[in-house]
Design a protein around this ligand. Structure first.
Ligand SMILES: NC(=O)c1ccc[n+]([C@@H]2O[C@H](COP(=O)([O-])OP(=O)(O)OC[C@H]3O[C@@H](n4cnc5c(N)ncnc54)[C@H](O)[C@@H]3O)[C@@H](O)[C@H]2O)c1
Length: 357
């Protein structure tokens, strides 16, 4: 049984990680940490964590002898400092995405974990969608031939003016690194190589802020400036000559957590979707032409049970040395940050950016 220390008890920890931990027989939550005393008390009470294992400062949690590993789900600006401190304390770690504010910071985390020999994971959650995992096998075993084109959209709508979202940390560059790009585009930039096995060669992109001011959380009658992108469009050349177009936005009317990835190969094509009907469901449509005797038609496929996976169980497996190799590592998180940095640099310079990844 692995005794976990949870750091950052907000939306994703409470909504996704803790339910996943509850379903995982290999984990027990031993300690919790949040800088917000109310957030700390709420989750600690719910989980029955004793007073001496509730911490306002992550350094105190890391010094606690009763934890074997940590799970970091704070805002982006403190991912790298907490991850480095966890590594220095000899604690294996999972960390939310994007891994850091910059590729340089992400690389330092990955290098430190490697030097310390610590198991690690980055929470690229869509790797656990069964449709994505099935698509990965289909593409990698060559069923759709050589990949020519990928088109991926990740659309949410909560950033629209009418949603009146306050100026939370996601809209502040110093806390988030970037906006829709790092929040949603990081997932998309991870999913494409995860499924296709192709690395990025170079990137060109454009992103912008559309809603320039948002209500202050502490005083909704006042507003403050947004200094991150609301949307990001970028294009990548990949190894083998494939190209990939990304459309990423928080301003997609009527969209909840919508993803669509189309992959066109020399012998077939597939379409992965998520939350297309607001059910949260993932689907896979395949078009294999002659192989299916129905050229040109896309057929919804049943996804075999063996493709079902859970992020927290995957973390437990990584910690116990029995991972399936499909969880994102800190190295993957650093490579992903190089893509994020490249899009921002391309936006600044108007140029293609080589990745040398
Ligand atoms: N993998 C996914 O699909 C997914 C989805 C949503 C969010 N995320 C990521 O999860 C992270 C958290 O997002 P969220 O939506 O839960 O944010 P949130 O604002 O709801 O929660 C963040 C929590 O961290 C706490 N915190 C801030 N600084 C801290 C510190 N130094 N030490 C301890 N606690 C601290 C805050 O008080 C808050 O309770 C972000 O990096 C985000 O990108 C990932």
């Amino acid at each position: 049984m692995t005794r976990l220390g949870l750091i950052g008890l907000g939306g994703i920890m409470r909504g996704t990680h803790i339910p996943g931990i509850r379903q995982c027989p290999d984990f027990t939550v031993a300690a919790v940490c949040d800088i917000d005393p109310g957030a700390l008390a709420r989750t600690a009470d719910e989980l029955g964590i004793p007073e001496d294992r509730r911490f306002l400062d992550y350094r105190d949690l890391l010094a606690c002898p009763d934890i074997d590993a940590v799970d970091i789900a704070t805002p982006n600006d403190v991912h790298a400092p907490i991850a480095l401190a966890a590594i220095a304390a000899g604690k294996p770690l999972s960390c939310e995405k994007p891994l850091a504010l910059t590729a340089a910071a992400a690389e330092s985390v990955a290098a430190a974990a490697k030097a310390a020999g610590l198991p690690n994971m980055v929470c690229f959650s869509y790797r656990y969608k069964s449709a994505a995992r099935f698509a990965r096998d289909i593409v990698r075993r060559g069923d759709i031939g050589r990949v020519h084109h990928v088109a991926i959209q990740y659309f949410q709508g909560w950033g629209l003016e009418d949603a009146h979202c306050p100026l939370v940390w996601r809209f502040v560059k110093a806390r988030s690194g970037s906006g829709a790009l790092g929040d949603l585009g990081s997932h998309a930039a991870d999913l494409v190589p995860f499924v296709t096995g192709l690395r990025y060669r170079r990137i060109v992109g454009q992103c912008a802020t559309v809603v320039p001011e948002r209500p202050l959380p502490e005083d909704p009658l006042k507003t403050g400036p947004v200094d991150v992108d609301d949307y990001a469009n970028y294009m990548a050349e990949m190894e083998g000559g494939a190209t990939c177009c990304f459309q990423i936005t928080r301003l997609a009317f009527g969209r909840g957590n919508y993803q669509r990835m189309e992959i066109y190969g020399s012998k077939g094509a597939l379409v992965y979707t998520l939350d297309a009907d607001h059910s949260g469901r993932d689907t896979l449509d395949l078009c294999l032409g002659n192989a299916m005797g129905a050229g040109g038609s896309y057929v919804r496929v049943d996804i075999p049970e063996r493709y079902h996976a859970a992020q927290m169980q995957s973390y437990a497996d990584v910690l116990q040395g029995r991972g399936d190799g499909l969880a994102a590592t800190l190295d993957d998180g650093a490579a992903n940050m190089r893509v994020m940095d490249a899009v921002l640099e391309s936006q600044r310079t108007g140029r293609w950016i080589d990745l040398n990844a």
